[in-house]
Design a protein around this ligand. Structure first.
Ligand code: 5AD
Ligand code: SF4
Length: 451
């Protein structure tokens, strides 16, 4: 008789790095008799792979935990008593540790982004009940050995794959929890990255997005023993047979470097689209945030990128209502947005995070002012995005198709600029880079016809 496969539900919140970690958790558990399920209703194990970046993200975790607890309690009343193990991983796990099991005693396991490679072992320990009782595990250590050495290779991939090359952050922007939850900067060796890239391509990946909290600060060991920059790594990746597109995210303006500008000039697979967060357009606020550059420095970098690659476009992250932000500071941000002409962006109200320097400032901005500024900023960003999308109408774009659309009979792909394009077609188009004539440009997407 074969052992029954246990079902595990993994929900990842937040950034692409978390999505990658969630996939790796699944890859780690599959050889240990776990099958992935997309609902917690029948799961034996539920893992919330959490995000701590803003208060809202953290609240979502606790409300989801409440729902999981209801299922767990219901199961206890059923005959087969198929108890569910509830685990909190990711950045909330790292930041809150044991506090989670105090607030939510039904949580069996808490772990952070640097200890999830031990997941099979932790689950095995939990399943060995002591005197009929399950023990709790809280593991938020930053181990001396890199977890990357323990992560298994993927056995499937979408056409557009993520590949973590760097993790952690030493920049300590005054609003941000990442340096505390993900730890200090670590770069994987170029050899392991190139091997993983080859493997992903052999599984069908056409586009690879290099991930890191400070991805352009990458400084890993090259095969020749010298230190490689991200630019150098991109040149090497472009040599791999079958790779069609390369992207990297998220970058910090201070880490732009010559080899990277040159890669934008020389490497046709490197997409002409860069997410380069600036956060604010006011020098006073940039200084208060500890960003260590001015608005003019940032605009200079944008200019250098435009010289290297004439058709490059940009997106950014913005925080409105940082402590001490005046109306004038806010106007400076709007001015910078007009200057750069972003084709897409993410914007947030400042959210005070425990343990960060900005959270204890006395100059917090009122919630209604934050809301007003966010609306004004998003109106501008949206207007720029729609204008850009509409400017595509009539043009022929290369689109990489990767998933089904919401409407049956439609598929969705991405342009070089990360715009979603819908087209009539079926799954046989997945993994294909096709020429599409754009017929409509909307707020968030385009539609077109194959030529
Ligand atoms: N409040 C609001 N937004 C934040 N971000 C990071 N920390 C905070 C915070 N405390 C935003 C930044 C960052 C993005 C990932 O999240 O814009 O670039
Ligand atoms: Fe956070 Fe700043 Fe590091 Fe980005 S660079 S992860 S915003 S501390």
């Amino acid at each position: 008789m074969t052992a029954k496969l246990k079902k595990v539900y993994i929900k990842s919140y937040g950034c692409q790095m978390n999505v990658y970690d969630g996939q790796k958790m699944a890859d780690l558990l599959k050889p240990h008799g776990y099958r992935i399920t997309d609902t917690y209703d029948d799961a034996d194990v539920s893992i919330l792979n959490t995000c701590h970046i803003r208060e809202k993200a953290e609240h979502k975790v606790f409300s989801d935990l409440g729902r999981l607890n209801t299922v767990k309690k219901d199961r206890k009343n059923q005959e087969d008593n198929n108890d569910m193990i509830i685990a909190v991983g990711g950045c909330v796990g790292q930041a809150e540790g044991e506090e989670i099991t105090r607030q939510a005693p039904y949580v069996d396991m808490v772990f952070g982004p640097q200890s999830y490679h031990r997941l099979p072992e932790m689950l095995a320990q939990i399943e060995q009940k002591v005197k009929g009782k399950r023990r709790k595990i809280v593991d938020t250590q930053f181990p001396a050995i890199s977890k990357f050495d323990f992560l298994p290779a993927a056995n499937e991939t979408p056409a557009s794959a993520f590949l973590v090359v760097q993790e952690g952050c030493d920049k300590f922007c005054h609003f941000c929890v990442v340096p505390y939850t993900r730890g200090s900067e670590y770069s994987r060796s170029a050899k392991t990255i190139l091997e993983e890239a080859k493997h992903l391509i052999s599984l069908g990946a056409k586009e690879i997005t290099l991930l890191g909290q400070n991805v352009n600060g990458y400084h890993g060991e090259g095969p020749d023993g010298s230190e490689w920059s991200l630019g150098r790594l991109i040149y090497a990746l472009a040599e791999l047979d079958g790779i069609k597109r390369i992207r990297y995210t998220t970058s910090h303006p201070l880490d732009m470097h010559d080899e990277l500008y040159n890669a934008h000039r020389d490497v046709p697979m490197l997409m002409p689209f860069l997410h380069l967060p600036v956060q604010s357009g006011s020098d006073l606020i940039l200084n208060a945030m500890n960003r260590k550059h001015t608005a003019a420095d940032y605009l200079k970098i944008i200019e250098k990128l435009c010289i290297a690659c004439a058709d490059i476009k940009f997106s950014s992250d913005f925080i409105v209502g940082y402590p001490g932000e005046t109306n004038k500071d806010h106007k400076d941000t709007l001015e910078l947005i007009k200057n750069v002409g972003y084709v897409q962006s993410y914007s947030f109200k400042y959210s005070p995070r425990p343990g960060t320097p900005a959270s204890i400032l006395q100059t917090q901005v009122a919630e209604d002012i934050k809301s007003e500024r966010l609306t004004e900023l998003q109106d501008l960003i949206n207007a720029q995005q729609i204008a850009f999308n509409q400017s595509m109408v009539g043009q022929t774009m290369e689109v990489l198709f990767e998933r089904e659309g919401k409407i049956p009979g439609q598929v969705v792909g991405k342009t070089a600029y990360m715009q979603s394009v819908t087209l009539n077609g079926d799954s046989s188009l997945f993994g294909n880079l096709l020429s599409v004539r754009i017929s409509n440009g909307y707020g968030n997407s385009l539609s077109g016809e194959r030529i």
